[in-house]
Design a protein around this ligand. Sequence first.
Ligand code: C5P
Length: 245
Amino acid sequence: MTQTSISKVPELSPRERLIIALDVSSSLEALSLFEELKGEVGAFKVGLQLFSAEGPEIVRTLVERGAKVFLDLKFHDIPNTVAMAAVEAAKTGAWMLNVHASGGSEMMRRTADEVHEFCQRSSLMPPKLIAVTVLTSTDSQMLHEIGVTRDLGSQVVELAKLTERSGFDGLVASPREVPIIRNAVNTDGFLVVTPGIRPTSATKDDQKRVTTFAEAITNGADYVVVGRPITKALDRVNAVRELLS
Ligand code: C5P
């Protein structure tokens, strides 16, 4: 397999490419992690756990304090519902939002149209819209379990092409799949965001398709999301510095 290009945002430093997952259950813990790590990393991710606990207010608070926020709610519903939810999410000031690519092109196109129209009307910078291809906790057995008979790589590539055709800014995929994605998409600046990062292969938690931070960047990822290896470390600042070095 040949890799046509590496990262599409080459001007970013490793630090700017690192997004910390604030997978905690309260604003207090989230803001404490933010204050501890804000000088060390590029952005913070608010996912389902924190959002279910604290709602959009935590996103607004982080944005007010100067954070770039990736709002990781992985929307997947009928096109109108996802598009309207994405407009509400954009109102929080989030820098990046996502949906599941398996929701289909109509869902993604409608979302992109509504969010861009709203942001233009409100003179807001539109958030980066990205789509999850196949979760990094999924393996081929799990894909078969839900009726997907294509192999995992082909499924990722087909969803990547669908995302590109639907006017989205990029996608989320396993760091291992970045080379095949870079081969399959042509849009300049198409973003690839990769979770599933572990310092070594020893501690994977529930992630299955993992690499190290350095491998992910070398493979061509633009942004890398890391949660537990940093947030559960005894010395978090040191854990970030080790990861980046
Ligand atoms: O703790 P860990 O580093 O595994 O956290 C990874 C984060 O990235 C989690 O918040 C998870 O929800 C998210 N994520 C993922 N796989 C995707 C999309 C998002 O692991 N495909």
